[in-house]
Write a protein that binds this ligand. Structure first.
Ligand code: ADE
Length: 232
């Protein structure tokens, strides 16, 4: 998969050299390129923002640098239609289902907004000929899209075949079956007077599976009742 990121803080993304995503880049499974939006400005101050039409606090990112940066990437990627993703607290919620969907794509382009956002015409222009999605990490406000993009790349990247060594470990995770995952334990069997639930030491696979399912349901009902299907 090829991933392009447009940002005014390219140095943010140096952390994507480590861990699983870093390995996937080294092995060629992920071709990740970071672009500085300011390279697409043409004034002495490399200006990327301006005051909002209609007034109001804060600054809005100007459309021209975005247009030029995205045009350049579009001219360079395979032409089967990349998805343009803009992290925004005003976007649709990022979920495991969306991560699975995006993991099927060949090209993703992430545009990191700052300040009060990006001129709306950037989204409208590229939506005329391609796929544009505004995506929110959750109901809180970050200073910009960079951290959100890192979270999305990690969630999507680990679903690309070959990135996670043991694909079975992807199956029994929170959100994969719509529920939170069950609690996990390893040795020793007793630690600081806390014992591992005896069923996990029983060797009875049916009983273990039933216990884990029960734990998933109990935990989801307690912590995230919104994830459960509505009761009849
Ligand atoms: N940018 C600022 N806040 C954000 C959020 N909650 N999700 C995604 N991008 C953002």
């Amino acid at each position: 998969m090829r991933i392009d990121i447009i940002t005014i803080f390219p140095e943010f993304f140096s952390v994507l050299d480590v861990s699983l995503v870093g390995k996937a880049r080294q092995s060629g499974l992920i071709d990740l390129r970071v672009h500085n939006l300011r390279d697409h400005t043409h004034d002495r101050h490399r200006t990327v923002d301006d005051t909002p039409y209609g007034g109001g606090a804060g600054m809005v990112m100007k459309p021209e640098p975005w247009g030029e940066a995205i045009d350049e990437i579009l001219g360079d990627v395979a032409d089967d239609g990349p998805v343009l993703i803009f992290p925004s607290p005003a976007g649709e919620l990022f979920t495991q289902a969306m991560a699975r969907e995006l993991a099927q794509e060949r090209n993703l382009i992430f545009g990191c907004g700052r300040y009060e956002g990006i001129d709306q015409r950037v989204f409208d222009h590229f939506a005329r000929t391609g796929r544009v999605r505004l995506v929110s990490l959750g109901d809180y406000v970050l200073n910009g899209g960079e951290v959100a993009v890192m979270a999305m790349i990690e969630a999507v990247g680990r679903l690309i075949p070959g990135v996670v060594g043991n694909p079975e470990s992807l199956v029994e995770e929170s959100h994969e079956d719509g529920l939170l995952e069950y609690p996990s334990y390893t040795k020793p069997a007793a630690w600081r007077e806390l014992e591992v639930p005896p069923v996990l030491l029983s060797g009875n696979h049916g009983a273990i599976a039933a216990w884990r399912r029960e734990q998933q349901l109990e935990r989801t009902a307690r912590v995230r009742p919104d994830l459960l299907p509505p009761a009849n």
